[in-house]
Write a protein of this length. Structure first.
Length: 366
């Protein structure tokens, strides 16, 4: 046992090996420690940082100061996205930060995530706008395309009555193709519905079980489903039917991408306190502690396609419309949440973050 303890790596050497910048802030606001990535991030050596207060390293009024004070006061842990840490010395630095307390000492640890997650969130907000950008197009198509398509289909049916066997195949092709176009337009019409959604307390595990049962009895018969749930998860503040639509879409996509003979999909839920996101049109930041994941053992999504997967008409499937993930982004956005794709591991991995249902809030809104 003693021999094993002697071989335990030095904690500072572990921090030094991490690619993310990490700094420690003491009770007076100075920075007594920074790993090499932290030194590079702030363009200062540890010797200089030890004589420098945090407020001198970050822009004036940066929220990181308040976060550090809050964590020190409440011994809490907070994550925040899209924090501006750029200065004339360091240049543009829009990052995510995770602030946590060292419970045995009055020290605060700040971990900085450069662009990786921040870029995901930036893309997510862009995707939400992209999903809504097809609203006017959907309304126009519904009126300008579906009406003449009905006439074309009706004419093809009339011709079919007196057509030969060879011509009847062509008229049937016309009918099938007009039906396919109408189905695409119907899906696009969902984007034009900007009415506030009706939300209530939703048990996300019941939603996942409902989706799993549909999949197991249909398109996912040969897929092995694994459930990794947090049983203590509170209710989601959402619309049950729309959440089913979102997860059914993600699970169906996963089923279509996994190997036919060894397909595996993992459904996960977790509670991630402290996750906050700035939402366009709001000065505050919303809490999104509920995380729902759909992970598969398929090939995943290529790096080239990642920035556009939630954009309308982007698809890798033959014959796909490219509207499924765009609709997912819109519905999750309407819930005040976010959906993102995690490409840090193997296979495909979608994560949805949603707000918690609060009884007091519901009573105030009713």
């Amino acid at each position: 046992m003693l021999e094993k303890l002697k071989k335990t790596p030095d904690p500072l050497s572990i921090l030094s090996a991490l690619a993310d910048p990490i700094i420690v802030v003491d009770e007076e606001g100075y920075v007594p420690y920074a790993n090499p990535a932290g030194e590079e991030f702030f363009s200062s050596s540890v010797k200089v940082l030890r004589k420098t207060k945090l407020e001198q390293l970050v822009p004036f009024g940066s929220p990181i100061i308040n976060l550090v004070d809050q964590v020190r006061k409440y011994k809490d842990r907070i994550s925040e996205y899209g924090v501006d840490l750029g200065t004339p010395k360091t240049g543009s630095k829009n990052v995510n930060i995770q602030v946590s307390s060292m419970y045995d000492k009055n020290l605060v640890v700040v971990q900085i995530e450069e662009r990786s997650m921040a870029s995901k969130m930036d893309r997510q907000l862009t995707h939400r706008g992209a999903a809504r950008s097809v609203t006017a197009m959907a309304a126009m198509l519904a009126h300008e395309v579906k009406n003449p398509l009905s006439g074309i289909r009706g004419s093809a049916q009339l011709l079919e009555m007196n057509a030969s066997d060879g011509d009847r195949a062509l008229t049937r092709l016309i009918c099938d193709e007009t039906d396919r176009i109408c189905a695409i337009v119907d899906r696009m019409e969902a984007f034009s519905d900007d009415r506030p959604i009706e939300r209530d307390a939703v048990n996300i595990h019941e939603v996942l079980e409902h989706v799993r049962m549909i999949a197991r009895n249909g398109f996912g018969k040969k897929v092995n489903f694994i459930e990794q749930y947090d049983p203590s998860l509170p209710y989601v503040y959402g619309n049950r039917d729309q959440l089913i639509q979102v997860l059914l879409n993600l699970v169906k996509n996963a089923c279509e991408s996994v190997p036919e003979d060894s397909g595996e999909i993992t459904l996960t839920t977790a509670y991630k306190p402290g996750v906050r996101l700035a939402v366009p049109g709001s000065k505050g930041r919303v809490q999104l502690p509920l995380e729902v994941g759909v992970k598969d053992n398929g090939p995943g999504i290529s790096e080239e396609l990642l920035p556009h997967i939630f954009d309308p008409f982007v698809t890798t499937k033959t014959g796909g419309s490219g509207l499924g993930l765009a609709l997912v982004a819109k519905i999750v956005g309407d819930h005040g949440g976010i959906v993102e794709y995690d490409n840090s591991g193997k296979g495909g991995h979608f994560l949805i973050r949603l707000p918690v249902y609060h009884v007091a809030k519901q009573k105030d809104e009713s």
